[in-house]
Design a protein around this ligand. Structure first.
Ligand SMILES: Nc1nc2c(c(=O)[nH]1)N[C@H]1C(S)=C(S)[C@@H](COP(=O)(O)OP(=O)(O)OC[C@H]3O[C@@H](n4cnc5c(=O)[nH]c(N)nc54)[C@H](O)[C@@H]3O)O[C@H]1N2
Ligand SMILES: Nc1nc2c(c(=O)[nH]1)N[C@H]1C(S)=C(S)[C@@H](COP(=O)(O)OP(=O)(O)OC[C@H]3O[C@@H](n4cnc5c(=O)[nH]c(N)nc54)[C@H](O)[C@@H]3O)O[C@H]1N2
Ligand SMILES: [Mo]
Length: 760
């Protein structure tokens, strides 16, 4: 595709005609328009496939249940362009390495297994049998089962994730780093501690009953566009949408439903929010603390004048633990600290608190703006604290909603892709499969990278994803992967990770969500779990491009069979009849009995979530208020006199994580380029720079390593002073590998201290 470079603020609403036009552009560019359109009609439909875009639920309220960005994900997968066996004779690894991420994936689908021997500068074809043999050889010669890392990205199905973890545990490891470590880990840890479950507590329908929806640190206009429909419907009923986002995001300001023609041809765009607040990066914990502090003060005033309690005292007494200590902490937190850290005024915080107070039912949703900071777990806990004060959990129209990213990232975790599995799960595996699973903690993503850097890892297998580009500290991540004896990538398209190889490397081409998965037992379907804990089936409709592509399940079972043989598990049977895999899941994982009956994309079934029924599986058997002080400073390791900006790294509209569909970010007015830096206009003036000039960005860190990137164009933007934003993955080089969240190990992708200088 051709891209024209310009910066031009976008004045229209999100959605609307441009959304249709953009969808069409990507479909035509896929060189498989008919297939793409047919695929679009099958997204999230009965007997169709689950949208590979995001983890938002299906509301099945319209004929099309997809959005512009879901359509891009589908068109991207449906392309007829392929990387054939001659590709690498024309394009060697060094040449490809110099190309950008857009170029790499644009080359098309991988259609046969490829091998790189670490010496030649190219990949060459290899048979499936030899590929599996090579992997088995490397695994079987490891000195220790923990010399392997089994990475998972969140697009893998439940069935694939299940056999993958089973394979790993049979080898004897819990080394399952996954994309979730870089994503919603803090949500899982925070929620587990506070309410005893690792998932959110709301159903999609709850959005139709909430009186207020508080949206923290996420950009649904780009990353969960179907969520805008829920927000709009809520607003139309009179509910309040209260947004906290450091940037002004168009999708959270105005929206036209691209699926309602009348709204496109007439200016019926609607405001999406009732109030929009722009806290500092990392300032949300202070915001929520401020809201509680104000409400607590109101509570005391009410009490002293003999009025009713404003908190839900019955809920607090019967269902929670730790309120006294929490209130002490709130009392100890000064307004000065709250205001300074949040970046909001006291008036704004009190106004937001009043919205909260007047709503009977409140849902809090959040995304990466909450989870990718140092104090993310505590921020999640603080959001829970607020909800508990008003009993806003376990009732219709209220609850907690971490909005997951990858379409099946939540399902992967449910299936046991977890480096710290609980003992109940391991006991169940032991009993069912009659082996002794390792009880040693495995590696999360950061620990896996460090183990590789230290030379402790021999084999790295990647079930989807693009770790090299997604992980922090590009230079060190690259070194990590290159120290492995063997790197194996199960992928649909060429990406950066394939070019950063171990001593030997394999690329194993897989079919995707949209494609027919046929075995000798007929067409198979897979299942996935959305952000609301709904499990449903997904079945692709288009013919795979090549007979040499295999399903993820065929690939994992192939590796497992060659490595372990089939004495314990009949891998080849599992590969041809996915019902056998579902039977294992249903027998081992609680709540999955219904999985053995065919569930369709429309209906599916809901997993039990005890917290949503106000049963709290925590230490105290009650929901727990958490007591944590606000962080003293965002960067404790920086000297107090150092001047810095805080940089967040985020997604443009035309990208899916490391997959770059195009070079535009329409809603932010950026076209044909990605190396831009969003900055407050006054900061540009203060630095004596000019709009449109190019700057180098350098991380300020205390480990003596220089991390910098050059030539980023200054784009003035509505963002608080001293806060910056730039796109991921180009900026991952700036993120120190040892800068991660407390308890969560999630890289602090949304707060990096940096300095700027004009580029030469
Ligand atoms: N089209 C598309 N869809 C996607 C993805 C994609 O790349 N493309 N990725 C998928 C994945 S894996 C995920 S995890 C989700 C990600 O979805 P999001 O969570 O929306 O991810 P980001 O693009 O990183 O955007 C973070 C948002 O939070 C704001 N923000 C950042 N820091 C702060 C903060 O400290 N406080 C507040 N209040 N706001 C802050 C940013 O301004 C931005 O609007 O989307 C999923 N869906
Ligand atoms: N700086 C910065 N870094 C971040 C983030 C950030 O906000 N800022 N966000 C983080 C987050 S939230 C996440 S989730 C991670 C994402 O990290 P990953 O999940 O590792 O990365 P993706 O870009 O989603 O992976 C894309 C690749 O997956 C492969 N693929 C696509 N579909 C399929 C399929 O159906 N099967 C298989 N086997 N392969 C497939 C393709 O080859 C494609 O190149 O990145 C993290 N990194
Ligand atoms: Mo994510």
């Amino acid at each position: 595709m051709k891209f024209k470079k310009k910066i031009k603020p976008y004045n229209l609403a999100a959605g609307g005609w441009d959304s249709i036009e953009s969808t069409a552009r990507f479909i035509f560019d896929s060189q498989a328009s008919l297939k793409s359109i047919r695929n679009l009609l099958n997204i999230n439909k009965n007997d169709g496939f689950d949208c590979p875009g995001c983890a938002w639920g299906n509301d099945n309220k319209s004929i099309f249940d997809f959005c512009e960005n879901g359509a891009k994900a589908v068109a991207w997968e449906s392309t007829n362009r392929t990387i054939d066996r001659n590709f690498f004779s024309k394009n060697n690894i060094d040449f490809l390495y110099k190309k950008d991420d857009y170029f790499l994936e644009y080359q098309g689908r991988l259609i046969e297994p490829l091998y790189h021997n670490g010496k030649n500068n190219y990949y060459e074809p290899i048979s499936w049998n030899n590929a599996f043999k090579l992997i088995a050889k490397h695994i079987n010669k490891m000195d220790h089962p923990n010399q392997i890392e089994l990475y998972t990205s969140g697009r893998a199905s439940n069935e694939a994730a299940w056999i993958y973890q089973l394979f790993g545990r049979l080898i004897g490891t819990n080394n399952f780093p996954d994309c979730s470590n870089m994503c919603h880990e803090a949500s899982g840890i925070g929620l587990k501690h506070s309410i005893g479950v690792v998932k959110g507590t709301v159903h999609l329908e709850d959005f139709d009953y909430a009186d207020a929806i508080f949206v923290f640190g996420q950009n649904p206009g780009t990353n969960h566009p179907r969520m805008l429909h829920s927000l709009r419907r809520a607003l139309n009923r009179g509910a309040k949408i209260i947004v906290f986002n450091t940037l002004r995001e168009r999708g959270l300001e105005r929206f036209t439903n691209p699926k309602k023609p009348i709204e496109i041809i007439t200016p019926m765009e609607k405001t999406v929010n009732s109030a929009y607040y722009q806290p500092n990066l990392g300032g949300d914990m202070a915001v929520v603390r401020g809201i509680v502090k104000y409400l607590f003060e109101q509570h005391l005033i009410h009490k002293s004048s003999g009025k009713n309690d404003i908190f839900d005292c019955k809920f607090i007494i019967n269902k929670t633990h730790g309120i006294v200590e929490y209130f002490q902490e709130v009392a100890n937190t000064s307004w000065d600290q709250i205001i300074k850290q949040s970046g909001l005024t006291k008036k704004q915080i009190c106004e937001a608190a009043s919205f909260y107070q007047t709503a009977k039912r409140v849902i809090c949703t959040w995304g990466m703006g909450i989870t990718q900071h140092k104090h993310s777990v505590n921020t999640v806990r603080e959001i829970v604290n607020l909800q508990l004060l008003f009993g806003n959990i376990g009732k219709r129209g209220a609850g907690l909603c971490p909005v997951r990213g990858h379409s099946n990232v939540q399902g992967n975790r449910t299936m046991g892709i977890n480096e710290q599995p609980d003992s109940v799960f391991l006991d169940k595996l032991k009993q069912y499969f009659k082996f002794e699973p390792s009880r040693l903690k495995g590696h999360n993503t950061i620990q896996a990278l460090n183990a590789m850097i230290n030379g402790h890892i021999r084999v790295f297998i990647s079930l989807g994803g693009n770790l090299v580009a997604a992980a922090p500290d590009y230079v060190r991540t690259k070194k990590a992967l290159s120290r492995c004896d063997l790197t194996v990538y199960i992928s649909t398209k060429l990406n950066r990770s394939h070019l950063v190889t171990g001593h030997e490397s394999l690329i194993l081409p897989t079919i995707g969500r949209t494609e027919i998965d046929q075995t000798i037992n007929g067409n198979q379907y897979i299942t996935v779990e959305d952000t609301f804990g709904m499990v449903h089936a997904s079945q692709g409709k288009s013919k795979p491009l090549s007979k040499k592509q295999r399903s993820e399940i065929a690939i994992i079972t192939g590796i497992a069979y060659k490595t372990l043989g089939d004495k314990k598990i009949k891998w080849n049977d599992l590969a041809t009849d996915y019902n056998l895999i579902r039977k294992q899941i249903a027998d081992v994982i609680p709540g999955f009995k219904k999985l053995t009956k065919k569930c369709n994309t429309l209906k599916g079934f809901h997993l039990i979530n005890s917290a949503s029924k106000n049963i709290f599986d925590t230490e105290s058997k009650k929901a727990q208020f958490s007591r944590s002080p606000l962080p003293n400073s965002m960067f404790a390791n920086l000297k107090s006199d150092v001047e810095y900006f805080t940089l967040q790294t985020l997604r443009a509209h035309d990208q899916y994580n490391t997959t770059i569909y195009g070079l535009d970010d329409r809603y932010r007015g950026v076209y044909g380029q990605r190396n831009v830096l969003f900055i407050n206009h006054n900061d540009i003036n203060e630095l004596e720079f000019k709009d449109g000039q190019y700057v180098d960005i350098e991380t300020i860190w205390d480990d003596g390593i220089i991390r910098s990137i050059k030539n980023f164009k200054l784009v003035p933007y509505n963002i608080p002073s001293k806060n910056l934003a730039a796109y991921y993955p180009e900026t991952n080089v700036l993120i120190p590998i040892n800068s991660f969240g407390d308890y969560s190990y999630t890289p602090t992708y949304k707060s990096i201290p940096v300095r700027l200088k004009l580029s030469k």
